[in-house]
Structures are given as structure tokens and as C-alpha cells.
Design a protein. Structure first.
Lengths: 327, 471
């Protein structure tokens, strides 16, 4: 029996094993032809795509030579064409067509046996804390709206159920996508992302309304509904990056582009239909009066400033595009 | 309006102007109309002019003993002096609205309401007017003058050869006594000419312009018809009725009609859209309104330690209501005031002033929950976010304002009238920001006001808010 010199393996793009061939002699060929040592079914691979050799003289190095191929091969982001030769470092995969090729040499050191992962206490605690915070935020929000304690208590079970169902459905949908594209569910990770997004959106909302009240920053109040949307965009990126971690940079660009197109489009629509960028006419979120920082001005100053409305209304009269609309 | 809570009381008193429109008839058959049996024929599309007016034989033979002899006499005295006024679409020649009117001069001057003739004033290129006598005789009319404030118009019957029989005005000096019998004439719902008996009940209290309170029934289509005393002299012109009452109707005192007739006698007919003249009259109206409001300080209304301004009792009618039973922790007092000063400006009403308050006190609720309740109430205010063909959308300015003892969040919003140059609708929202679990929310609405007068009213209003600390 000839000794096994190495093991040649072919994977698809998701890491599933397509073919494997023990190497008993050098060189070996890879391609679609049945004469090859490793036969691939990839239509983007040539009948005899490449030859792998380990010359006896060379000190341990494995060499690859591309044979008659149109598409060539890639190694570590470098592209090689027909007829080119290159060294194949240990452990790096070669891409040919839609297939990834890996080689284990018999004389290569074998990594130590890894311990099975322990129960991930840290992430479990993180998840629990995030969920508790979401729950607390939801309870507090509905307590603020509640008219009396009895009604509040009565409404709790329904509210909790809705919260759980919505969160579960949201994280579940992302987990399903995760399973589809990356082969793993990562349900709890998506739960954590969703919880963090919910909390962040809530906090941004509260902070913007509070700052608008405290400092009389009306502009912030007008665009307050838009800020959580930005947080949501960040959350969307986190979900997508969990599914395709290798593409997180590209996904970030995509989400940023969506925001860069979506925000001006929204503002533009508002402007075209109402001649203003936000249809919130005034700051309406009130907080306890002691939190107010902005000074109160005398009545005369207020009305003096209001004189500017005359010009603004003149501009509206000249062309707000509503002149032919019925009630 | 102010709060998502239930509204316990409908405070906007519905007044129906007695104009019968083809569309209003078909779609909104005038409100809670006690006219159910007569509604059906009224909806019938007006075929031809001669078809719409029943021959006198149909109308006259009413059993004589059912009517008082006086009404019968009045009817005979006035029948040839009454006309129906129709506004017709020039192109299609279908009638857009109908009202009544009466001859006041031998050369064919007719008095009616402005709201009957407003389409002739504002869109003469689309509408033309005709009068129809009780005998079915029809002729063109032209508009000579109108009085938006009092809701009057004077028309002239064109191409009339014979001298018109006229109704005479009762001299203003010859005052009627309360309870005297008077008779209102007109053509209700395009059914036929009718006389209705009622009583003279003096002038309407708190009406911005004098109006006679007529204790009798008026119906749509009688707008512009005369109300006469028992000798057949005109004491007023039919104008409106209240929808939430029975036999509560209103007449415009004859002296205003008489004055307008004198103005109209030598006037040239109006053939171009008269928005400028209407705007001029509305400007006079808002000036009067502003002066009335500024002439005296507001009355103070107490809500806990808050003092909020309400208009003088002679100027506006106020209604109050109490707490919301569905929210035990919250004490709520609500007030709404309205000046009876609205005028018809063609397709819409304007010229009124409204004030509303909501005072909250919730010592057990906690500052955060109270702030939330107040926010929801404050946020709920409806403003004109979109323009339409009459008005632009609102533009607002907001700030913390301190009139002295009470810091307020104030928002002033104005929207401009497109065809009434220089007139605006103003809304002023205020909410107190001084107490963690008490608050007062106010809203002032002024319609059809000049910008500077609006600012003056806003100033007068804001300055009147006070917090009176416990001694």
C-alpha cells in the first residue's frame, strides 16, 4: 500500500465538501476530466485545470501550474492565468471556478484537539440583561400612558405577549435568513441585536424630545421621528452582518447608501407636498417643568419674532401648489 | 379637540344658513331637519324653470280657517312682491342654489342675503342669477351691492318694463314689542311660496351684529325673504336658524337692508369677481372685532392658581365641563368660548373668535405621567398642515414666553387666505410650564384677521395669563 502524502479537498462556497482525493504521488491534476486525480463538477472549471506538484528538490514547497483554462485561479486575492505557476502556501485555499480547493500535507503539523465550547454564560447573561431592559422600557412606556393601576395591570399580559411575539417573529425571520445563507440559526444573536436596536431607538427618541424641550431646539423636535429610523438602519446592518460576516464592509456601504438615498427622498417628498421638510408643526413633547433650561422671553419679543411668519406666508401664497385643492 | 378624552358636550352651535343648494339638498339634506316629509320633492332635479315653480293655484287654496286671518292677509299683501332668487351655472343652466328676495323699489331693486348671491359676486363668469315671481314670471338679475358683515345683497331685475310692486320698510324708530306677531315669507326648499307666523323676540344676545330673534320656523330656501309686521312692512330679512333648537330663527334688522338699498341705488352692476370689495368689508369686520376685544381687559377665569383670560360675557358665549370619568387620577376642567361673529364669505365662513381651555390637576399622578398626559393633549391640536384653494397651510413660530408670573410654551400659527389679501386665520396655542402636576392648556382661534391685529390680540391674550401663588 502506497503511503498517503496528502489530502486534496474541494468545497463549495458555503463550505460544504464536494469531493476529496488522497494524494499518493506527485504531481496530481484537478479538473472536470475523468482522468484527473480530483474530478470536479464545476462548469467554470477546465477539463484539466491545474496541476499540483511537490518537487523532490524543493524544500517542502507545493507548486501549482495552471493548465489550459479560461478562468484561471485565485490565491489570496491574487489572480493567476493559464500557464502561470505559483507556490501554494500551507493552509490557504485556492479558488477555481466556483470551487475552493484545500490541501493537507501528511507531514504538516496537526493542530491540537480543541475543547468543546462551554455553555456561553457571558452571552446568555448579555441576552438576559438586554431582554430585561426591553421589558422594563416597554413596561415604563405603557405605565406612562396608563390611566389607573387596575387597567394597567389588566393590560400587562396582552402587552407582554405582543412584545414577545413581535420580538420572536423578528429575530426568527432573521435567524431563518441566517440559516439559509450561512447555515447557522444564530437566533439569540438576532434577539440581542433586535433588543439593542429597540433600546437605542427608544433612547434616541427620548433624548431628542428631551433636548428639544429643555433647550427649546424646535428643529430637533421636527426631525425627532427620523432619528430612530437611522438607528434602525444601523440595526439592519448588524442583522445583515451577522448573516454574512465576511461582507460586513460591503453591507455597511449598502445600508449607508440606502440611508443616503432614503432620507433626501423622504425630505424631498415632504417638501414637494407641503413646502416644508417636516410636517410636525410644533414641539409638543412636554417634560416636567424643572427640566427646562431655555429661558422664557417676554411676550413682545415672541411676537416680534413671529413677524417673520408674514414673509413665510407670502412665499406660500406665491406657490405652494395647493391652490386648486379642495378641503 | 384639545384632548384625546371624550368630548362631553358639543359646543359649536350649528347655525344653518337658509340657502338651499342643489348639492346640499341632495347630499346633506339640511342637518337634523324636521322637514323630512318635504325633503323628497326638494331633491328632485330642477327641470325647467316653469316646471319648478308650482302654479299659484296649487299653493293658494289652503283651507282658510287653518291659517289665521292675519297670515292670509299678509300673504295676499305680499305675494306679488316676493321673488325666488336662483343662481344658475352659465354653461349647463342648472340651478346651483336658491333663495328668496323681495322688491323694494319700483325700478326693480331686490333685497336678498349675500350668501344667496355670493356666487354672483365672486364667480360671475360661471354663474348668473334669475328671479322668479310667484306667477312664474322669470327674469335676469344683476348684483349691485352687498354687505358681507350683515349678509345682505341688493340685486336689480333687468329688462323689467312694468313698475315693480314693492314692500316698504318699517321705520326703525317704530320699534316692535317683544312677543308681537310677525310673518316670514319665502320659498322653502323650492316647494312654493310660504308664509310662516312667529313672534318677535327682540335682538339676539351676544350677537356681534344685531340680529332679530324670530320665534318661528325658517327653512332652507327662505334666505333673503322678508319678515313683515301685521301691516306688511318689512322688519327684517330671513337669514339663518339654529339646528339644535326648534323655531329659533334669525332675521337681519331692516335698517341695514334699507341702508344697503340706498347705497345700491346708483351703483354699477358687479360683473367682475368682487374679492377686493369682500376683502375690504371683511377687513372692516376684523377691525371692529379687534377693537371690541382690545377695548376691555379679558375677564379672569380661575383654575386652581392659574388665571386664564376669557372674553367679556357680552362678547362671547362660554361653556364649561368637568372631569373625565375614565381617568380617575386627573382633574380636568374645560371651557370653550365663541364670539357670535362669523360671516359668510362665499363658500366658507370666517370672522369668528374662539377660545378654549383645559386645566389639569393631578396631584397623585406623578410628574412623568402628568407630563405625558399634557403632551398628548398638546400634541393633539389640529392645525392646517395642508393648504387648499381658500387658504395656505399654516406657518408657526414657537418659544417659551413669560408674561410675568407664568412661563408658557407658546405656538402661534397663521395661514393666509388666497383671495382675501391681507387676511389670515391665526391660532395661538399655549401650555403652562411651571408645575409638575398641574397645567393649563389654551387655544385662541381668530379667523379672517389682519396680521397686525392678530399680533395685537395675541399680545392681549398672552399678557393675561397669570399664576397666583397661594398666600
Amino acid at each position: 500500500m502506497t503511503p498517503t502524502l496528502g489530502l486534496l479537498e474541494a468545497f463549495d462556497r458555503h463550505g460544504a465538501l464536494l469531493a476529496r482525493a488522497p494524494v499518493t504521488r506527485w504531481p496530481v491534476t484537478v479538473g472536470r476530466a475523468l482522468a484527473c486525480d480530483l474530478v470536479l463538477d464545476d462548469p467554470f472549471v477546465a477539463p484539466e485545470h491545474l496541476r499540483i506538484d511537490r518537487p523532490a528538490g524543493a524544500p517542502g514547497g507545493v507548486q501549482v501550474e495552471l493548465l489550459e483554462t479560461r478562468n484561471g485561479a485565485r490565491l489570496q486575492r491574487r489572480h493567476f492565468r493559464q500557464g502561470e505557476r505559483f507556490d501554494w502556501p500551507d493552509g490557504a485555499p485556492i479558488e477555481l471556478g466556483r470551487t475552493h480547493l484545500a490541501l493537507r500535507l501528511a507531514d504538516a503539523a496537526i493542530a491540537e484537539e480543541q475543547a468543546l465550547p462551554h455553555f456561553p454564560w457571558r452571552t446568555a447573561v448579555q441576552t438576559a440583561v438586554l431582554l430585561a431592559l426591553v421589558l422594563a422600557a416597554a413596561l415604563a412606556a405603557s405605565w406612562l400612558e396608563a390611566r389607573d393601576a387596575a387597567k394597567y395591570l389588566k393590560s400587562l399580559p396582552g402587552m407582554l405577549l405582543i412584545l414577545l411575539v413581535v420580538l420572536g417573529a423578528w429575530a426568527g425571520a432573521w435567524a431563518a435568513a441566517n440559516k439559509l445563507f450561512a447555515g447557522r440559526l444564530q437566533f439569540w444573536r438576532h434577539v440581542r441585536i433586535a433588543s439593542a436596536v429597540y433600546l437605542a431607538a427608544d433612547a434616541v427618541q427620548l433624548a431628542s424630545h428631551f433636548a428639544a424641550f429643555a433647550f427649546s431646539w424646535e428643529l430637533l423636535a421636527r426631525f425627532a421621528p427620523m432619528l430612530p429610523a437611522l438607528v434602525l438602519a444601523g440595526g439592519l446592518h448588524a442583522h445583515l452582518a451577522a448573516i454574512l460576516p465576511r461582507r460586513r464592509v460591503g453591507l455597511a456601504w449598502m445600508v449607508a447608501a440606502a440611508v443616503a438615498v432614503g432620507v433626501p427622498a423622504w425630505l424631498g417628498t415632504q417638501w414637494l407636498s407641503n413646502m416644508r421638510l417636516s410636517n410636525t408643526l410644533y414641539m409638543s413633547s412636554l417634560f416636567p417643568p424643572s427640566l427646562r433650561v431655555a429661558p422664557a422671553v417676554p411676550v413682545d419679543q415672541f411676537l416680534q419674532e413671529a413677524q417673520a411668519l408674514r414673509g413665510q406666508l407670502d412665499r406660500r401664497l406665491q406657490g405652494d401648489g395647493h391652490g386648486d385643492e379642495d378641503e | 379637540m384639545l384632548l384625546p378624552l371624550r368630548r362631553p358636550l358639543r359646543l359649536v352651535t350649528p347655525t344653518l344658513f337658509l340657502l338651499a343648494c342643489a348639492w346640499a339638498q341632495a347630499q346633506t339634506a339640511p342637518g337634523p331637519a324636521p322637514v323630512a316629509p318635504v325633503a323628497a320633492p326638494a331633491v328632485r332635479p330642477a327641470g325647467g324653470a316653469s316646471d319648478a315653480v308650482a302654479p299659484p293655484a296649487d299653493v293658494a287654496p289652503v283651507p282658510a280657517e287653518a291659517l289665521s286671518r292675519d297670515a292670509r292677509r299678509i300673504y295676499e299683501l305680499s305675494r306679488d312682491k316676493l321673488v325666488q332668487i336662483r343662481t344658475l351655472l352659465r354653461q349647463a343652466d342648472t340651478q346651483a342654489s336658491i333663495g328668496s328676495g323681495f322688491f323694494v323699489s319700483a325700478d326693480g331693486l331686490i333685497v336678498t342675503n349675500f350668501h344667496v348671491a355670493s356666487q354672483l359676486a365672486l364667480e360671475p363668469e360661471r354663474y348668473r342669477g334669475v328671479y322668479v315671481t310667484m306667477e312664474g314670471q322669470e327674469g335676469e338679475v344683476e348684483l349691485l351691492a352687498f354687505d358681507v358683515q350683515r349678509d345682505l345683497a341688493v340685486l336689480r331685475a333687468k329688462a323689467r318694463t312694468a313698475a315693480a310692486p314693492v314692500l316698504r320698510f318699517r321705520p326703525a324708530a317704530d320699534a316692535l314689542a317683544q312677543g308681537e306677531r310677525i310673518y316670514s315669507l319665502g320659498n322653502p326648499l323650492d316647494i312654493g311660496f310660504a308664509v310662516t307666523e312667529g313672534t318677535y323676540n327682540g335682538l339676539v344676545r351676544r350677537s356681534f351684529y344685531p340680529r332679530i330673534f324670530f320665534g318661528g320656523a325658517l327653512n332652507p330656501g327662505m334666505s333673503g325673504g322678508p319678515a313683515v309686521d301685521d301691516t306688511g312692512r318689512v322688519i327684517g330679512v330671513n337669514v339663518a336658524k339654529r339646528l339644535d333648537g326648534e323655531q329659533v330663527s334669525f332675521l337681519i334688522p331692516a335698517e341695514f337692508a334699507e341702508a344697503l338699498v340706498q347705497r345700491a341705488a346708483n351703483a354699477a352692476p358687479i360683473t367682475e369677481p368682487a374679492h377686493a370689495e369682500m376683502t375690504r368689508q371683511l377687513a372692516v369686520h376684523q377691525q371692529l372685532l379687534t377693537e371690541r376685544f382690545l377695548s376691555a381687559p379679558f375677564r379672569e377665569q380661575r383654575h386652581g392658581n392659574y388665571r386664564v383670560p376669557v372674553p367679556d360675557d357680552a362678547l362671547a358665549r362660554c361653556w364649561g365641563s368637568g372631569r373625565d370619568p375614565a381617568f380617575p387620577g386627573l382633574n380636568l376642567e374645560r371651557t370653550q368660548c365663541r364670539a357670535d361673529s362669523d360671516v359668510v364669505a362665499g363658500e366658507f365662513n370666517t370672522g369668528t373668535v374662539r377660545l378654549a381651555y383645559e386645566a389639569y390637576n393631578a396631584p397623585t399622578l406623578g410628574a412623568a405621567r402628568f407630563a405625558r398626559v399634557l403632551s398628548q393633549s398638546f400634541e393633539n391640536e389640529r392645525l392646517r398642515t395642508r393648504g387648499n384653494r381658500h387658504q395656505t397651510a399654516a406657518e408657526c413660530h414657537e418659544r417659551y414666553v413669560d408674561p410675568g408670573s407664568l412661563p408658557l410654551r407658546a405656538v402661534v400659527c397663521l395661514s393666509a387666505y388666497r383671495k382675501l389679501a391681507g387676511l389670515y386665520d391665526m391660532t395661538l396655542l399655549v401650555v403652562s410650564v411651571n408645575q409638575p402636576t398641574q397645567g393649563v392648556l389654551g387655544r385662541l382661534d381668530v379667523q379672517g384677521i389682519a396680521f397686525d391685529n392678530g399680533m395685537k390680540l395675541a399680545q392681549h391674550y398672552l399678557q393675561a395669563f397669570r399664576w397666583e401663588a397661594a398666600p
